[in-house]
Design a protein around this ligand. Structure first.
Ligand code: TMP
Length: 222
């Protein structure tokens, strides 16, 4: 598998936009870039994503939820490895992943309160040892992030073609307190692994954030 760079953060922190910008930048530099996300990124993973994010599934057991995220991950990592082998461009390949193991620790560990040791073990099993060389944590206060995410959902509901994303609001409907715990969780995880996880202030403008991310990434892969 190529080099893995992950993006993490609370809802509405701007991961998707930044992944796209970084992907375009690195492609121009001659890298083979593969953009993917969790939950999802594979045919099976996308089906699991729909279960996980469907607001009708509010009653999901937290362990069921955890195992579904891990199941998604196991499938994604396996398919990414096979893909890299087939392409044969391992050295020049960079995988940009929207969320990975840190999200499980932040949401299911810090947010839901599931034992963090158990989650770390499951993360290891599901990722088959694949570890990000770098993780960008886009940090933002919870009210701003949720405001953006909810606005995004309302806009997509208004659009004529009701996109699949508009049905994905289960986590945005969680209490503010839950999201506060998740943000604190991410910051704690970052403080424990400062070499791998770099915190970027997501309050700044899109271009400024992109420039900061490029500077960080250059130290790791370029
Ligand atoms: P998204 O915001 O990137 O679309 O992610 C979907 C949701 O899934 C988001 O609310 C965070 C949540 N999530 C977890 O709770 N645990 C996980 O392990 C992952 C990858 C995501």
């Amino acid at each position: 598998m190529g080099k893995l760079i992950t993006f993490e953060g609370i809802e509405g922190c701007g991961k998707t936009t930044q992944i796209k910008l970084l992907g375009d930048y690195l492609r121009k530099k001659g890298y083979t870039i593969y953009e993917t996300r969790e939950p999802g990124g594979t045919l099976i993973g996308d089906q699991i994503r729909r279960i996980l994010l469907n607001p009708e599934n509010k009653g999901i057991n937290y362990i069921t939820e955890l195992l579904l995220y891990e199941a998604c991950r196991a499938q994604l990592v396996k398919e990414l490895s096979v893909r890299s082998e087939e392409l044969g461009v391992k050295d020049k390949e960079i995988i940009l992943c929207d969320r990975f193991t840190d999200s499980t620790l932040a949401y299911q560990g810090y947010g839901r309160g599931i034992d963090k040791g158990v989650i770390k073990e499951l993360n290891k099993i599901a990722s088959g040892g694949a570890k990000p060389v770098l993780t960008i944590l886009l940090d933002l206060d919870v009210k701003t992030g949720l405001g953006r995410a909810i606005g995004r959902n309302i806009n997509s509901q208004k659009s004529e073609v009701r996109s699949q994303e508009s049905a994905e609001s289960r986590f945005e409907e969680e209490a503010l307190e839950f999201h506060l715990k998740v943000r604190e969780g991410f910051l704690k995880i970052a403080s424990e692994e400062p070499e791998r996880i770099k915190i970027v202030d997501a309050n700044k403008g899109i271009e400024d954030i992109h420039k900061e991310i490029v500077k960080i990434v250059e130290n790791y892969v370029i």
